[in-house]
Ligand binder design. Structure first.
Ligand SMILES: NC(=O)C1=CN([C@@H]2O[C@H](COP(=O)(O)OP(=O)(O)OC[C@H]3O[C@@H](n4cnc5c(N)ncnc54)[C@H](OP(=O)(O)O)[C@@H]3O)[C@@H](O)[C@H]2O)C=CC1
Ligand SMILES: C[C@H]1O[C@H](OP(=O)(O)OP(=O)(O)OC[C@H]2O[C@@H](n3cnc4c(=O)[nH]c(N)nc43)[C@H](O)[C@@H]2O)[C@@H](O)[C@@H](O)C1=O
Length: 312
């Protein structure tokens, strides 16, 4: 990507989009275009087509999506399927019509079968049934990978797909029900500590294992792959290390200084038992994560503390 290239970050106010924005700015890119969902509803085909025809971006990072944790995915099943298919179809097709040089599509580790062997290799895609709680979201993300591959095969478009593991970081969503586990626990442990509560309840059994990548590390990987990776198919982005949710809760407890008990609400879903990425392809391309989990939780907690007055 030339420094003067016109780069569109779709979803620039989100956790990932804002991290990509920070990275590009730090690298000296100054022709970045953005638009909020209120200004441009990417589910709308005509609005999206007009935006691309007017702006004519050279490069696109597709980080706009309907995103949420396990309960949000399971509750808003129609929105997770419809919104995501619309957003990605509109952006990918408009990119083709307007000659975008390269596009990066962001998927998710939930595209892999629920009971796939671990760690998850890229070629396990479409080898088994999906996890029920996030099937609509996963189906949309799989369609995005296949859109990129089909436009590459038929039209020669250089569209690449990356599959991030579970993410956390600055500008995360701290909604009590709709967020992912790490921001949810940061908020719940912090509030319990601040209010002198005797215990914190976490969802599920605490036995599922998850892998976590700091969003600024993800942005580094996206920037690197945008310049060094031009293949069809998909590439995992993660750390290659995972942790049981119960142990994650102990880390957040330590970070927030909470001293009470941890209880488990087993009426809430566990989801996939394990989702550990095989990152050998990513490492072979020359990229490895930098921020380890405990340091990342500290950074995310500091960001939470600076923003908590504005949270609902
Ligand atoms: N968070 C995670 O753990 C993971 C995320 N990912 C993927 O990374 C990408 C970014 O996720 P993340 O940053 O966490 O999500 P966020 O919810 O933080 O941000 C999503 C962004 O998408 C934009 N958006 C949503 N709907 C529309 C719409 N209809 N029109 C225009 N813009 C819209 C929002 O814009 P606005 O703010 O203007 O409303 C928002 O900035 C997604 O593709 C997600 O699937 C993958 C793996 C894990
Ligand atoms: C990134 C990924 O995110 C979603 O999948 P998920 O990995 O299951 O994500 P999660 O962060 O919501 O939960 C991880 C684990 O943690 C447990 N857990 C405990 N206590 C809380 C809690 O308070 N909140 C949440 N959300 N989970 C909790 C929870 O029960 C589960 O066992 C996908 O739908 C899909 O969107 C996707 O791609």
């Amino acid at each position: 990507m030339e420094k003067s290239a016109k780069i569109y970050i779709a979803g620039h106010r989100g956790m990932v989009g804002s991290a990509i924005y920070r990275k590009l700015t730090k690298e000296g890119y100054n022709n970045i275009i953005t638009s909020t969902s209120a200004e441009l509803d990417l589910r709308d085909q005509q609005q999206t087509a007009n935006f691309f025809a007017t702006q004519k971006p050279d490069y696109v990072f597709l980080a706009a999506a309907k995103v949420g944790g396990i309960v949000a995915n399971n509750t808003y099943r129609a929105e997770f399927l419809y919104d995501n298919l619309q957003i990605q179809n509109n952006i990918i097709h408009s990119s083709y019509i307007n000659g975008v040089k390269k596009l990066m599509f962001l998927g998710s580790s939930c595209i892999y079968p629920k009971l796939a062997p671990q760690p998850l290799k890229e070629d396990y895609l479409l080898t088994g049934l999906l996890e029920e709680t996030n099937e609509p979201y996963a189906i949309a993300k799989i369609a995005g990978i296949k859109m990129c591959d089909a436009y590459r095969a038929q039209y020669g478009c250089n569209y690449i797909s990356v599959m991030p593991t579970n993410l956390y970081g600055l500008n995360d969503n701290y909604h009590p029900q709709n967020s992912h586990v790490l921001p949810a626990l940061i908020r719940r442990f912090h509030e319990a500590q601040a209010n002198g509560l005797p215990s914190v309840t976490i969802w599920g059994t605490g036995t599922p294992k998850r892998e976590f990548l700091f969003a600024d590390d993800l942005a580094e990987a996206c920037f690197y792959l945008m310049q060094n990776y031009d293949e069809e198919g998909l590439v995992n982005i993660g750390t290659g290390e995972d942790i049981a949710i119960k142990d994650l809760a102990l880390l957040v407890k330590k970070t927030t200084g909470f001293e009470g008990d941890i209880l488990f609400d087993t009426t809430k879903p566990d989801g996939t038992p394990r989702k550990l990425m095989d990152v050998s392809k990513l490492h072979s391309k020359g990229w490895k994560h930098k921020v380890e989990l405990e340091e990342g939780i500290q950074l995310a907690y500091s960001d939470f503390l600076s923003k908590q007055k504005s949270l609902v």
